[in-house]
Write a protein that binds this ligand. Structure first.
Ligand code: PEP
Length: 253
């Protein structure tokens, strides 16, 4: 049975003090809420990962990294590897966020390498993908999403895919305040699940969590998450304020 997941991507926000405060508040606020088997994940910046991971110990909050390098070690100044993340107890990593694709030129091919490397190091992957506004306007959004998945993910075996969470994030909805309608999200998620079914079979398709990301707020989370193929959200801006993030998590109560 696939899990519901609400993951907060803090991006390059929150210094150490702010990270500590936010995660403490989040732990307190989610301690006794009834949200079934919903996973709660936060992704702080690299330098604060270890501290936040120590703080969440014993709580229901989990910690993920926002990125990693495709190699395990070597002369790659400024980079962080899966081995290093594992070494400080980080088992989940976001790969392929649209900001990494756009500002750091991360291609499908590079992302495929990162995904493989993460899995080889026994990490779980939150794999992000989604079309640009012009793709949607020209009605190419299904084609774009299909090719991102085929190039970035579908080299994986069925077993390895079991460690991947998908996050469909239409780029036009990220940080813009413009959300895909629940119907648009459901339409794309059903399409994605069908691609999984064609490639890996019905069991895998049924068991893979597919998150929606793009201006999810407390006011729209319930409706979006109520769609049958939407298994939660990857949250940016609204994950930085504990009340907003908790209200989104409570969409599963
Ligand atoms: C994101 O960056 O993944 C995201 C979904 O951001 P926001 O919620 O701010 O649109």
């Amino acid at each position: 049975m696939r899990k519901n997941i609400v993951a907060g991507n803090w991006k390059m926000n929150n210094d150490l003090d702010a990270s500590i405060e936010l995660v403490h508040e989040l732990i307190l606020a989610t301690d006794d809420i009834e949200i079934g088997n919903t996973r709660i994940i936060v992704a702080p910046t690299f330098v604060n990962l270890q501290k936040v991971r120590e703080i969440v110990e014993g709580s229901r909050v989990e910690v993920a990294a926002q990125n990693m390098h495709q190699e395990n070690s070597g002369a790659f100044t400024g980079e962080i590897s899966a081995e290093m993340l594992q070494n400080i107890g980080i088992n989940d990593v976001i790969i392929g966020h649209s900001e990494r694709r756009a500002y750091f030129n991360e291609t499908d091919e590079l992302l495929a390498q990162k995904v493989s490397r993460a899995l080889e190091n026994n990490m779980n992957v939150i794999f992000c993908f989604g079309e640009q506004l012009e793709d949607r306007k020209s009605e190419n959004h299904f084609k774009v999403v299909e090719s991102q998945l085929k190039n970035g993910l579908f080299h994986l075996s069925e077993k390895k895919l079991g460690f991947v969470i998908l996050a469909y994030e239409p780029v036009w909805a990220i940080g813009t305040g413009e959300t895909a309608s629940p119907e648009q999200a459901q339409e794309m998620h059903a399409f994605i699940r069908n691609l999984l079914k064609d490639k890996y079979g019905n069991e895998v398709a049924k068991n893979t969590s597919i998150l929606y990301g793009g201006s999810v707020k407390s006011s729209n989370a319930k409706e979006i998450f109520s769609k049958p193929d939407v298994d939660g959200g990857l949250i940016g801006g609204a994950a930085l304020k504990v009340n907003d993030f908790v209200a989104i998590i409570k969409a599963f109560s």
